[in-house]
Design a protein around this ligand. Sequence first.
Ligand code: SAM
Length: 289
Amino acid sequence: MPLPSPQTILRRLGLRPKKSLGQNFLLHAHQARRIVDALDLQPHDVVLEIGPGLGALTVLLAERAALVIALEVDLSLADYLEQEVFAGSPRVRLIREDVLRFDIAALSREVGRPVKIAGNLPYHITSPLLFKLMEDKGVLTLAVLMVQEEVGDRLLARPGGKDYGILSVMAQYHFRLTRQFSLGPGNFYPPPQVSSVVLKLEPAAPELRAEDEQIFAKVVKTAFAQRRKTLKNTLAAQGPAFGLPPGDLLNILKEAGIDPGRRAESLSVAQFVKLSNSICEKMKTDRAG
Ligand code: SAM
């Protein structure tokens, strides 16, 4: 079943889709339902929706959740939703704010429970948003996000390929990620340049916990900084950046059984964690000595 036509609504409102805000509106109700189904909503759930747009997902979320907090930066669309679609609805609260500046932990405290997150994401904010959700994973139970297929491939990539990088390691450390389904450009108005994929992110206890997650993130970023180079020339050369004498990181790599001639893209998430924990240990013993 088609949704009320985005073209028609926008024309009536005297608006055009804004490329700068990543506005590609869903055209089909059954696709919206598949996204909302993946959230497995319970009547007590509170959902934070990123970019409700013309409300394609919001309407369904409001049918199934206790409360939907819809964050929209486009003031014209927020006014439309508030005044024409959800006027008087106690279940939908429009907030005119950039999700990247929104305090998810404060929302969770206010509603007294962790929240679920949904969104057909404006593609330009995907990476910063994912890093934000990693920080906020303690206050969310589940996120279902539509991202560019190419970003989805990077998020799900296994070690060894060109897609495997900082985003893959960090996301897979913090979340259990599953691919739900893909959607071609023809499912949106206006059609984007590329295909999209819906992913489910569940905060997960990692196989191996990093003693210090900031050091872990720094190890991953340093190792991938020049991905064509070997660890000997990237990470191992950066001892002083971790407050360690030059040469220490080379020894740590060898002690961890990781050949310094390898590249970052060949290391598993668990190996990055082990490495960062060994670096933390060394930093501690150096400080104590
Ligand atoms: N949910 C609608 C749908 O599926 O049809 C619209 C999705 S559209 C891809 C992305 C929406 O996010 C747009 O409505 C856009 O205005 C909004 N948006 C863009 N940047 C945002 C930001 N930083 N914070 C919150 N919303 C944003």
